[in-house]
Ligand binder design. Structure first.
Ligand code: KG4
Ligand code: ZN
Length: 345
């Protein structure tokens, strides 16, 4: 059993958690959303400064809630990529300092690997191989999870990520930031069939469509034209429901096609958009019909948190994967490259 304290500061949440393998001892998240709301999106410099203010109180709170002291901690983890560089630096510098002061190993973690591990927190029996549909603010990916640190990217987005599409459409409908939760809420009382919208398919040069890649730019443009055509007052609930159902349908089709083509019987969904009620409902129903298991983490582990980062770190640490104290942050890093973060003992 490895007990890991992890910090996650890749975007607009300052998060610290303590996890024993797959058991969460504490999970502290200080969201900056109210601060960024006034700008309509995340302002990187503001995010970094806010992380600086919140990181120490969050660390203290995580230890207190877990009722643990530094002697109980086996390793210190931090998200090191991908993300906002200034924001990541705050978390990594805090983690390095703690590792040095308390003489603990440092484990750098890839943010998307964290989202994959989020499902382990609620499904302690889940083991690779499985397919992960990762849908967040910055990513829409179908990842073949073969083992800890061994990933194959099977599908990705050609333009906007799913969460980004929710955020942009919410702005178009004057619903504020972040868009996902508010669109989901408005959609509850809307008609998902009110407006037929394009799912977004990628044509292949040889004809036909790319089976696993997604594109949301056509859907976004269709929403813009629809809003211009309808004029005020907008039927916001019907628009939200139709948009959300279209995104869910597109993701469900691609995920199931991929799982069936690769003969994968288990799907884990991760990232902020995994909280979406239409996606949860559509994918669950479609997977059930194909005899495929699908797991969605509880909502608090879908959006950014440090428990998922600690869980990934615990698995790497267990296998002797430790990061050097010279490790830096990176705004971009493919998930297939995660082993670059470790000097394997
Ligand atoms: O994973 P996450 O917390 O941060 C990133 O790593 O990007 O994802 C944030 C994204 C935002 O775009 C937000 O609008 C979206 O997740 N989101 C949702 C829902 N809750 C959050 N999208 C659709 N439905 C939701 N219920
Ligand atoms: Zn995330």
């Amino acid at each position: 059993m490895k007990t890991i304290l992890a910090v996650e500061t890749s975007c607009d949440e300052t998060a610290v958690a303590i996890v024993k393998n797959r058991n969460v001892c504490s999970n502290v998240v200080a969201s900056q959303i109210p601060i960024h709301q006034q700008y309509g999106g995340v302002v990187p410099e503001v995010a970094s400064r806010e992380h600086l203010v919140m990181i120490n109180p969050c660390i203290t709170q995580a230890l207190a809630e877990a009722k643990l002291s530094w002697q109980d901690i086996d390793g210190i983890a931090a998200t090191v990529a991908p993300g906002l560089v200034g924001a990541l630096l705050v978390g990594l510098t805090a983690a390095k300092t703690l590792a040095m002061v308390h003489q603990k190993p440092l484990i750098g973690v890839h943010h998307l690997e964290g989202h994959i591990y989020a499902t382990y927190l609620s499904e302690p029996e889940l083991m690779p191989p499985f397919l992960c549909l990762l849908v967040s603010g910055g990513h829409t990916s179908l990842i073949y999870v073969k083992d800890c640190g061994k990933y194959e990217m099977l599908g990705t987005t050609r333009d906007d990520a799913a969460g980004e599409a929710f955020d942009k459409v919410a702005r178009l409908l004057n619903l504020g930031y972040p868009g996902g939760p508010v669109i989901d809420r408005m959609a509850q009382t809307g008609n998902p069939q009110a407006f037929p919208l394009p799912e977004g398919r990628i044509s292949l040069p040889a004809g036909g469509y790319h089976p696993y890649d997604t594109s949301f730019s056509g859907l976004k443009t269709a929403m813009l034209y629809l809003v211009q055509k309808l004029g005020q007052p907008l039927p916001v609930n019907d628009l939200a429901a139709s948009f959300q159902a279209t995104v869910a349908r597109s993701l469900t089709k691609k995920t199931l096609t991929c799982a069936k083509d690769y003969g994968i019987k288990t799907i884990a969904v991760g990232g902020g958009v995994a909280a979406n009620s239409a996606l949860r409902q559509q994918l669950k129903a479609a997977a059930e019909a194909e005899n495929i298991q699908v797991f969605f983490p509880p909502l608090k582990f879908c959006t950014d948190n440090a428990a998922m980062i600690a869980c990934a770190a615990a698995d790497h640490f267990q296998r002797g994967h430790i990061s050097p104290l010279t490790l830096g942050v990176q705004s971009r890093l493919a998930i297939t490259e995660v082993m670059k973060l470790y000097s394997v003992n």
